[in-house]
Design a protein around this ligand. Structure first.
Ligand code: GUN
Length: 282
């Protein structure tokens, strides 16, 4: 079975849109998401455009602030401080990566934790690891929703996560652990990786290498979640970290690229923004 992220994202956005209508009636305005794009990286431009489109679709006020790549760190931090202080702004997202002369950690920390719709602020990260209420990072949140919607049982299952990034690998491991999976965190230095991954009931791949996971690395009947967004070196087309064609018949469920995790990540960003808004207003 293919898990259609496109379809699930559509349903989640419809649900958010319904809640936005209610929230508008109750509080007199819609949630306001501000997205900051620095520079002209084509992938970032396309992601930011998508976020603006989603915001409009669910009935938010959406603002995109574009600044040239030579903006100083000071200027960017001043802009964030202003947005933090602006009571009509509910969510602030700075598209990553940033130019090298800007300290990303400093920027993430500068966003008010209450407006951190990405769930990247150290206070939100700490709350996740302490199992306290927080804004969850969008991709891990979307992955758990996809597994649930596909009817994949998590409790007691062997989950293997390939990749240990702050954005995906680490937080999705923690969310799987919180759902009582037995979690193995694998990465580029893991020995006998195929042996480790083929034992997985749930395999989450976020390593950023085109078609890295081959059929021999997937156990019969595994649920395979592909977080990769790569350009195929030969065709130039989008492809995941999983060799989809080779693995799809071995997996019980699998996510495609494109149309899998990506759209769910974006839909979760909309949900996070609504939740930040409601937390402030309620
Ligand atoms: N760049 C790639 N993914 C993300 C994301 O989830 N959030 C932000 N802010 N930047 C990104």
């Amino acid at each position: 079975m293919i898990i259609s992220g496109t379809q699930l994202a559509k349903e989640l956005k419809q649900d958010v849109a319904r809640r936005v209508v209610e929230a508008k009636e109750k509080y007199g305005r819609a949630p306001h998401l501000v997205v900051i794009l620095v520079g002209e990286d084509p992938a970032s431009q396309s992601y930011v455009k998508g976020k603006g489109k989603d915001a409009e679709e669910v009935g938010f006020k959406g603002t995109t602030i574009r600044r040239p790549a030579d903006i100083t760190e000071e200027e960017l931090l001043a802009m964030i401080a202003e947005l933090n202080a602006d009571d009509t702004v509910d969510g602030v997202l700075v598209q990553l990566p940033l130019p090298k002369h800007i300290d990303e950690d400093k920027v993430i920390e500068a966003i008010a934790k209450e407006k951190d719709v990405d769930g990247f602020h150290p206070a939100n990260v700490a709350s996740l690891w302490q199992k306290l209420p927080c804004t969850l990072p969008c991709t891990p949140k979307g992955i758990i929703k996809m597994l649930d919607k596909a009817g994949v049982e998590i409790e007691g299952k062997k989950a293997v996560v390939i990749g240990r990034s702050n954005i995906v690998g680490l937080p999705v491991s923690k969310l799987l652990l919180d759902r009582n999976a037995t979690v193995t965190m694998a990465h580029s230095r893991t020995k006998n990786l195929a042996e480790v991954t083929s034992a997985a009931d749930i395999l989450v791949v976020a390593i950023g290498r085109p078609r890295f996971v081959t059929a021999d690395m997937v156990g019969e009947g595994a649920a395979v979640i592909d977080v990769g967004v790569n350009r195929d070196p030969e065709t130039g087309k989008l492809c995941g970290d999983v060799d989809y064609e080779a693995c799809k018949d071995k997996a019980s469920v699998i996510t495609p690229v494109p149309g899998g995790v990506g759209p769910m990540t974006r839909a979760c960003l909309m949900e996070n923004t609504l939740e930040c808004f409601l937390r402030k207003m309620e």
